[in-house]
Design a binder for this molecule. Structure first.
Ligand SMILES: [Zn+2]
Ligand SMILES: [Zn+2]
Length: 333
């Protein structure tokens, strides 16, 4: 398994983006992505063109859609769902998420704490938090300057509170890519762990929650439990593990690169363990937890201390399937 650079949230002229599907694909190739998901608002009109352009350029394009409702947005990845956005209500949103997952799609809560600007209906997620818990993933970071500002802080807090409840919900980033940015402002990547960059493998990595989000840092993290190594998103046989972390710079990162790393934080429902970390040096940290264990990487960027990467969680005490990984749908603990 290796980690592939993905962008899970994009738009084209088929909704309110300014790039055609072909232009989006060209730009994604220039930016070094392995795979993108096309998630136009409530339409799949651009998907065929994007897939065919992706085939010509060697880029995996995964069909998707952004359910854009009055009470919140979701990216739905996989292209098999038959749910119509206008049928989604605050009362049935949990059932609609489940229905999409049963068809094989992976559902993420999109930019839940972002205020729409200036008239973006439903950017801010106003669904009852109880009704969106079944989503596979959660955009902990989104859009420009993803690791800074109020929305980022609130989204991270809400995601941790979901993990504290024992939910298995992965961390993803959504660029919410609408325009061609010749000089990209600060943005992040979602890396997805998979056997290959094929649509099927990336989708299955997303379903398992084998993901991390990052501004400029490659984070190779795994958990060793009872002598066996598990990838991010795994359900470990018990909540006792050695977490191994190795970070490198993303050399072709087009925004401000981190200057240096300062620490890794191993964050669990039991507390936080901090360990110094530098580029290129693997660290190993022992931890115990009952529900979840997340790795956060901190360092200096733009001359200030910043949170640079967040992994999805390792989970404790679940019943392991063959791969020791989280089930993709109906992922409640
Ligand atoms: Zn949206
Ligand atoms: Zn969007």
């Amino acid at each position: 398994m290796r980690f592939f650079r993905c962008e899970l949230h994009t738009h084209t002229t088929s909704s309110d983006g300014s790039m055609s599907p072909e232009e989006l694909v060209d730009r994604a190739v220039e930016c070094g992505y392995d795979a993108i998901v096309l998630t136009d608002h409530n339409t799949v009109a651009g998907v065929k063109r994007a897939i065919s352009a992706g085939k010509n350029r060697g880029l995996t394009v995964i069909p998707g859609i952004e359910w854009t409702t009055f009470w919140g947005h979701f990216t739905v990845t996989g292209g098999t769902s038959d749910v119509l956005w206008r049928d989604i209500t605050p009362q049935n949103v949990d059932a609609m998420i489940k229905r999409a997952q049963e068809k094989g799609d992976v559902v993420a809560v999109a930019h839940p704490k972002r205020m729409g600007f200036p008239l973006c209906s439903g950017c801010h997620c106003d669904y009852d938090p109880c009704k969106i818990k079944g989503a596979n993933n959660y955009e902990v970071w989104s859009h420009y300057y993803p690791n800074e500002g109020v929305a980022a802080r609130q989204q991270r807090e809400q995601w941790y509170s979901l993990l504290s409840e024992g939910l298995r919900i992965g961390a993803v980033y959504g660029y919410d890519w609408h325009r061609r940015d010749d000089v990209p402002p600060s943005y992040a990547y979602t890396y997805v762990g998979a056997e290959s960059a094929s649509e099927k493998d990336i989708l299955s990595g997303l379903g398992r929650g084998t993901t991390y989000i990052t501004v400029g840092v490659l984070a190779d993290c795994a958990a060793v439990c009872e002598g066996r190594e598990y990838p991010i998103g795994s359900v470990l046989p018990k909540g006792e593990a050695e977490i191994s972390v190795l970070c490198e710079r993303i050399e072709d990162y087009r925004s401000d690169k981190p200057d240096e790393l300062t620490r890794a934080e191993i964050r669990t429902d039991k507390g936080v363990t901090s360990a110094p970390i530098r580029f290129g040096e693997r660290i190993k940290v022992k931890t115990t937890f009952e529900k979840y264990c997340v790795v956060e990487i901190y360092g200096k960027r733009k001359r200030e201390e910043q949170l640079l990467a967040i992994t999805s969680a390792f989970y404790a005490g679940g019943i392991c399937d063959d791969h020791g990984t989280r089930r993709s749908a109906g992922n409640r603990a």
